[in-house]
Design a protein around this ligand. Structure first.
Ligand code: KIV
Ligand code: ZN
Length: 385
C-alpha cells in the first residue's frame, strides 16, 4: 500500500494562528506527542524569525529522534545559515525554503520578475544543499501561479538539490478537482520530478483544506502537510487527524495510509487545544466533543442495536474511550431506559414510561437536561409507587 508521509506544521504554521504564542517547554511537549503520534516530519518553527523560535527549534532538534525535524527559511543566506545552527544536531536535519511564484506575490510583495525569483530559488536551494541532507522547496501561492512557470522553476530547484517540492494552496483558494489536476500536471510535465517527493499544503479559507489535501493524495502526492485541530493562519490549515482518519476509514477507496498511530489523536488534539488556548468546536470531525455523541432517538436506537448503523469511526480508533448517547429532546425511550439503568435505578416498565413522559415535558422547557434532573425525576417515580 502506498505510504503518505505526514509533515506536521502545528508548531510553525499552527502557531501563526492569531493570539497563539507557545513557549519552548510547551513546544517540546507538543513535539514529543507528535513523535508518539508518528508524524514523519515536525516543522518546529522559523529559526531566523526570533531568538525564541531559534531556541525552540534547536531544543526540539536535539530531543526528538523518531521524526525528522525541520525549520522554515526564506531564501536569504543568513536565514539558511541560522536554520542550520538550530537544526544541525537533529538526527535527520531538514530545511524548508519558501518563495512565492504567483504573479500577485511576485509583483506586489517581492517586487521581482519571474527570472529573478527563479535565480533566488536556485541560489537558496544550492546553498542549503551544502549542509542539509533534505531540502524542501515550497512555491508559495502555487495555486495562483502560472503552471508553465511552475514547471520551469521546479525543474531548476530539483537540479539545484531540492529533495521535496511542495505546492501550497497558501490562501485556501483552490478546489479539489483543480488541485488534483495541478499535481497531475506537475508530475507529467516536470522532467526530473521522479527524483523528489511531491507535497501538498492546504489552507481552509473556503473550507476545502482537507478535501483538497485528499485530492492531492489521489493525484499522486507523496507527502501531506497540516496541523492538529486544523489550527493556523486565518481559517487554519488542513486538519491532519481528519486526513489520516479519512485515509484509514476509506482505505477501500484511497488505498493509501499515513501510518499514524491513530489512538494518539485524541490526546494530541487535547494537548494542542490546552496549550494554544484554541478550543475545538464541538462538531469538529474526529476530535470534536460531539464527534461520537448520538442525540436523536432513531440514531440512539440504531446504535444500541448495532453501532455501525450510525458510526463509521469507532471512538477507540482515535483514543476516545466510548461513544455517548446524549439524553436530550430528541432521545427515544430505548436510550432513556438504558440511562435509567446506568444511573442505578431499577424501575418497572410503567415507572420508566411515566418518567420518560416527565423527562420529555422537561426537555421542551429546558435546553440542557442534566443527570441531576434525571436523578430527581427517577427518584420521584421510585418513591411515588
Ligand atoms: O501556506 C504557505 O504557503 C506556507 C509556506 C511557508 C509553505 O505556509
Ligand atoms: Zn501555510
Amino acid at each position: 500500500m502506498r505510504k503518505i508521509n505526514v509533515f506536521d506544521t502545528t508548531l510553525r504554521d499552527g502557531e501563526q494562528s492569531a493570539g497563539v504564542n507557545l513557549n519552548t517547554l510547551e513546544k517540546l511537549e507538543i513535539a514529543a506527542q507528535l513523535e508518539r503520534l508518528g508524524v514523519d516530519m515536525i516543522e518546529a518553527g522559523f529559526p531566523a524569525s526570533s531568538k525564541g523560535d531559534f531556541e525552540s527549534v534547536k531544543k526540539i532538534a536535539e530531543t526528538v529522534k523518531g521524526s525528522s525535524v525541520t525549520g522554515l527559511s526564506r531564501t536569504r543566506q543568513t536565514d539558511i545559515d541560522t536554520a542550520w545552527e538550530a537544526l544541525k544536531y537533529a538526527e535527520e536535519p531538514r530545511l524548508h525554503i519558501f518563495l512565492a511564484t504567483s504573479p500577485i506575490h511576485m509583483t506586489h510583495k517581492l517586487k521581482k520578475t519571474p527570472e529573478q525569483v527563479m535565480e533566488m530559488a536556485i541560489e537558496a536551494v544550492s546553498h542549503a544543499s551544502r549542509y542539509f541532507p533534505h531540502v524542501q522547496w515550497s512555491a508559495e501561492d502555487a495555486t495562483r501561479s502560472d503552471w508553465q512557470f511552475l514547471v520551469k522553476i521546479i525543474e531548476k530547484v530539483i537540479d539545484a538539490g531540492a529533495t521535496v517540492i511542495n505546492l501550497p494552496d497558501t490562501v485556501g483558494y483552490t478546489t479539489p478537482d483543480e488541485y488534483g489536476r495541478l499535481f497531475k500536471f506537475i508530475k507529467e510535465n516536470v522532467s526530473n520530478i521522479h527524483k523528489v517527493s511531491l507535497s501538498g499544503h492546504c489552507h481552509d479559507d473556503l473550507g476545502m483544506a482537507v478535501a483538497n489535501s485528499l485530492a492531492a493524495i489521489e493525484a499522486g502526492a507523496d507527502q501531506i502537510e497540516g496541523t492538529i485541530n486544523g489550527i493556523g493562519e486565518r481559517a487554519g490549515n488542513a486538519s491532519l487527524e481528519e486526513i489520516a482518519v479519512a485515509l484509514r476509514i476509506r482505505n477501500d477507496y484511497f488505498q493509501t495510509d499515513t501510518g499514524l498511530v491513530l489512538k494518539e489523536i485524541n490526546r494530541t488534539s487535547k494537548l494542542v487545544s490546552r496549550l494554544t488556548g484554541l478550543s475545538v468546536p464541538a462538531n469538529k470531525a474526529v476530535v470534536g466533543k460531539n464527534a461520537f455523541a448520538h442525540e436523536s432517538g432513531i440514531h440512539q436506537d440504531g446504535v444500541l442495536k448495532e453501532k455501525t448503523t450510525y458510526e463509521i469511526i469507532t471512538p477507540e480508533l482515535v483514543g476516545v474511550a466510548s461513544n455517548s448517547l446524549v439524553i436530550g429532546k430528541h432521545s427515544g425511550r430505548h436510550a432513556f431506559s438504558n440511562k435509567v439503568k446506568e444511573l442505578g435505578f431499577e424501575l418497572t416498565e410503567a415507572q420508566v414510561n411515566e418518567a420518560f413522559q416527565t423527562f420529555k415535558a422537561l426537555t421542551d422547557k429546558k435546553k440542557d437536561v442534566t443527570d441531576e434532573d434525571l436523578f430527581a425525576i427517577l427518584t420521584e417515580k421510585r418513591t411515588e409507587n
